[in-house]
Design a protein around this ligand. Structure first.
Ligand SMILES: Nc1nc2c(ncn2[C@@H]2O[C@H](COP(=O)(O)OP(=O)(O)OP(=O)(O)O)[C@@H](O)[C@H]2O)c(=O)[nH]1
Ligand SMILES: [Mg+2]
Length: 454
């Protein structure tokens, strides 16, 4: 990727007949020159930075008017990429933005690669790598909480903590290296201080590491399968939970034949809920396929809600179904507790929730049980405002590990050079998170996940 050329892309989602405004973005040395070729501002409007011009985009070779639009000019370095940036705010849909983009390309801009605007913002020092990654998180956020975490990180929350940790490590490294070079001229190393610094850095790293699971959940969400015998109220549960009539409910066993899914958000975590066909032996060809799909859904789920009928109690058939799903977290939902019944015995020792799905009762308990099951109940209440991703987690684990090695080197009274090897590794691992020490291939991997125009 060359940073010297001027890039262009459509920055908004495009689809026919949708979106009242579409934005085409230009960034680079020639952004303004290109814009001046194709945009005619009305009246005496000047091309000043951070002003919006009103006018027409026209094809310079044919003079044909392409769109009526607004133009936003942001001169370097006061722009997202720290380069000259021009945005055309066009009419939405497909045609206007597509044609404006084509004109930009005809005038010498190059089509931006995925994430290239953000990459430039990073390379030009406008944002660090944690902030760049959070931009992608914000765009992809599936819940308000995921968006909130992304914004906190975008505002530098994670970067700040990491900078502080890196600073501490660098301080210690300077002290040690000074002793290696000028041992005789300096007072002896304060080893107790060094140990305390390492403990502090490790502790804070662990705290940040503890947010990784939540980060993963917020990003990828959770798949929950509702399984059980026919007619126990699985579809009623899906409907009550999603406050919809998504699944067909009848009093006939074997109503649901296919997997029906619904998207929910629980405690900030996006959840895909799968309602499945009741599991039983059957000769019906369609139902048989449905039952097989139920089993597959349960297998693919992160968590299973095993529903039983309170009026029937825990039966042998339930036990058989439980056997097939118990290799993953299971919450037992005892539904129809409004009916008289015998609960039987032999329940597995798993979290239990009682519901009356047909009357929307017990959903709050169900959500609390799920959060508890995936260890998110305490965290939901805690005041955590960042959540790291898997890449950041891997780097931070290396930080903690390297610091452990230094502590061992200290305890074993190894020469100072040995201390610095692992300390440098810790510093470089932090630098890999923030982008201070990062390879091009890592950057490629990160930014290629972005959308075009970001
Ligand atoms: N009394 C009572 N009836 C319920 C409750 N939940 C569901 N039902 C009724 O039980 C019957 C079966 O409900 P469904 O939700 O279709 O059951 P299902 O488990 O999806 O059934 P299949 O799709 O056949 O596997 C319907 O008549 C529901 O109205 C409940 O909590 N109490
Ligand atoms: Mg059903």
């Amino acid at each position: 990727m060359s940073i010297s050329d001027t890039i262009a892309a459509i920055a908004t989602a495009i689809s026919p007949q949708q979106g009242s405004v579409g934005i085409v973005r230009l960034s680079g040395d020639r952004a303004i020159a290109i814009a001046q070729q194709i945009f005619k501002a009305g009246g005496k409007q000047g091309w000043e930075s951070h002003r919006i011009l009103y006018g027409y985009v026209r094809n310079p070779s044919t003079s044909a008017i392409i769109d009526e639009s607004l133009l936003l000019l942001m001169k370097a370095p006061r722009s997202f990429t720290r380069e000259d940036v021009v945005e055309f705010h066009c009419h939405g849909g497909i045609m206007a933005v597509q044609q404006v983009l084509n004109l930009c390309l005809e005038q010498g801009a190059r089509l931006a690669e995925a994430g290239e605007f953000s990459l430039r913002a990073f390379l030009n020092g406008r944002i660090d790598l944690t902030q760049a990654e959070s931009i992608n998180d914000l765009v992809g956020a599936k819940s308000a909480q995921a968006a909130q975490f992304a914004i906190a990180s975008l505002r530098g929350k994670l970067a700040q903590s990491l900078k502080y940790l890196r600073g501490k490590c660098l301080n210690v490294l300077t002290e040690i290296e000074a002793r290696i070079d000028f041992e005789d001229d300096l007072p002896p190393l304060d080893v107790e201080w060094i140990k305390a610094e390492f403990i502090a850095v490790s502790r804070e790293s662990q705290q940040i590491l503890a947010t990784a699971d939540r980060g993963e959940l917020l990003r990828t969400g959770l798949k929950v399968a509702i399984v059980g015998r026919p007619n126990v109220g699985k579809s009623s549960l899906l409907n009550a939970w999603s406050r919809s009539d998504r699944a067909i409910v009848t009093d006939l066993p074997g109503t649901t034949r296919d997997v029906v899914d619904s998207q929910l958000v629980v405690g900030g975590i996006p959840i895909q809920v799968l309602d499945t066909a009741g599991i039983r032996e059957t000769e019906d060809v369609v139902e048989k396929i449905g039952v097989e799909r139920s089993r597959q859904a349960a297998k693919s789920a992160d968590l299973v809600l095993m529903v039983i009928d309170a009026s029937v109690g825990w039966s042998e058939k339930d036990a058989e179904i439980y056997e097939t799903v118990c290799d993953r977290p299971v919450v037992l939902v005892i539904n129809k507790i409004d009916l008289e019944g015998g609960m039987g015995e032999g329940f597995p020792d798993i979290p239990i929730v009682e519901t009356v799905a047909s009357q929307n009762q017990g959903i709050e308990d169900l959500e609390a049980a799920i959060l508890k099951c995936i260890h998110q109940d305490a965290i939901a209440a805690a005041d955590l405002d960042v959540a790291i991703n898997q890449r950041q987690k891997a780097c931070l684990l290396r930080v903690v590990q390297s610091l452990e090695h230094v502590q061992i080197a200290i305890a074993d009274q190894l020469p100072l050079d040995f201390w610095t090897i692992d300390l440098r590794a810790a510093i470089s691992a932090i630098g890999e998170i923030t982008g201070e020490e990062v390879t091009e291939s890592v950057l490629d991997q990160i930014f290629s996940r972005f959308c075009i125009g970001k």
